[in-house]
Design a protein. Sequence first.
Length: 135
Amino acid sequence: MELRDVSRLLYQIKLADQRVATAFENETGFSLTRYEMLMVVNEKGVCSQSEIKDAMNIDHAAVTRHLKILEDKGYVLRERNAANHREVFVRLTDDAARDLRSCEQKHDASNHLMGVLSEDEMAQLSALLKKLNQV
């Protein structure tokens, strides 16, 4: 495969990412990153910012920026660890838990990808993206 073919493929991935992310945010009111961050905290209960960073594979500064926005919206509470002041614990607010439940009830994932891709294609895409993210 030539470099031009690779650049076209990568550009198609970029366009698909932008379209899917925009559609998701328009429909749910959450950016994909912040929604995933809320889901990580929801699954873990109370967790450190470092745990979120590791779970999402993004840098610490990005975690802090997104959590600040979520905190300003009243979705998370952040508290310093009394035993280690460098560590910050995060938990969802009741408003966040309620809004996430409401979002899941109102918005069917099929609106985003399932209408375009079959279950087999979704599984193939997932496997390919995991492989690309390991590079």
